[in-house]
Design a protein around this ligand. Sequence first.
Ligand SMILES: Nc1ncnc2c1ncn2[C@@H]1O[C@H](COP(=O)(O)OP(=O)(O)OP(=O)(O)O)[C@@H](O)[C@H]1O
Ligand SMILES: [Mg+2]
Ligand SMILES: [Zn+2]
Length: 452
Amino acid sequence: MKDKTVFICQSCGSRFPKWMGRCGQCGEWNTLVEELEEEFTASEASFPASEPVLYKEIKEFPKPRIQIGIEEFNKVLGGGVVLGSVVLIGGEPGIGKSTLLLQVSRDIALQDESVLYVSGEESLEQIKIRGDRLGVRDGKLYLLAETNLERILAQAERLKPKALVVDSVQTIFSSKLTSSPGTISQVREVANQIFRFAKRSQVPSFLIGHITKEGSLAGPKSLEHMVDVVLLFEGERDHTHRILRALKNRFGPVSELAIFEMAGNGLQAVSNPSAFFLKERPKDEPGSAVICAIKGARPLLAEVQALVSSTLFTGNPRRMTIGLDHYRAAMLLALVEKKAGYSFAGEDIYINVAGGMSIEEPAADLGVVLAVVSSLKNKAIPKGMAVFGEIGLSGEVRSVGQPLARIKEAHSLGFETVLLPAGNLAQIDPKDLPSLNCLGAQNVRQALQYVF
Ligand SMILES: Nc1ncnc2c1ncn2[C@@H]1O[C@H](COP(=O)(O)OP(=O)(O)OP(=O)(O)O)[C@@H](O)[C@H]1O
Ligand SMILES: [Mg+2]
Ligand SMILES: [Zn+2]
């Protein structure tokens, strides 16, 4: 027998027995979401009630964690996966979510622990083809092709695995609801029941969620508050690198970030990301600047490339950016024209961060400006130089966070000179500086003088 369900308007809270396209109360469109009738939740309230406990009498105990063979994955989770935690992993179609989780499952199974990998979207044979590629062989890795939540949980209760993987939350449905899989109601109910299973059995559970290009966990977005950890798996389809980072973590910081490279035998952790993103950098080419960025909590060197070439579209030259904020780049171009006396009126300008990397932080400003001017003048930036710094609207070079980490990263990759905000240079105790040449710039004009 089905539990009774009700459709609740997410806008005004009115309740209806049937789904309608438009709320009969407030008139909003598409706001009705199916939920289980209160009676069901009320029966849960008949569990023994909890009592208030005095704060100082609560005993803290370290949460037990399991270590996964992939060290980078442990780090992003804040030091391994906590028993009984629910981890949501979101990513765009085809980015490698199933691959990552199958590798994680493989590694747990290799520790002679059982893992239940449930797929609602692929056949066992399909998963096995991938598994063969990833070198899955021995171990207690169980696969289950199933979309019914209640049946999945029954199998999980029976098997009592060390970890559960559900691929993906959008394909699983609970028979308690009439809505189709992938709807907000179903996605929430699935996550809710898996959450309870994880807590009562202490089985860490991984939910895979598809997300849209806009970056929101559509559907899964409504799960972010329910789960313990939200990880985002990103990358450019045409590039091999993938970035895994935490958006939320109840058991650790969200600053760690792991970079993987997609290869035939699966995802390989990139141990030196800066070297990875600079490896194909042309030497002594105009239009290329190396920037010291911070991704997550980690310093990362990346290459900004600019191409300035006379336009065929007089009056309406092209401006394109890849991997950088378009509006910020436009602002920087206007600023260079005004403050440094260059004119881009007859020029098409393309700016790109090499390797499919994207850099959101303003610390990239100085690198963008130098790359553009370098291309315009057809003069290379000295090859041993790395730069960072934000640029303000009056052309001043402003301090950014973690200057020393940035300088040290440049030093460790063999750079001889770092051009940085004068304010940052003044903050740093000279005896902390590694042995390389640091140039502090007050403003754009001064920075350009140092370089060209
Ligand atoms: N033989 C191969 N060699 C290298 N890379 C491969 C190979 N086969 C598949 N891949 C990579 O794996 C990616 C797909 O991985 P996976 O199926 O894990 O992604 P997913 O995020 O689970 O996708 P979906 O949204 O379809 O579930 C492909 O885009 C491709 O980059
Ligand atoms: Mg998949
Ligand atoms: Zn309403």
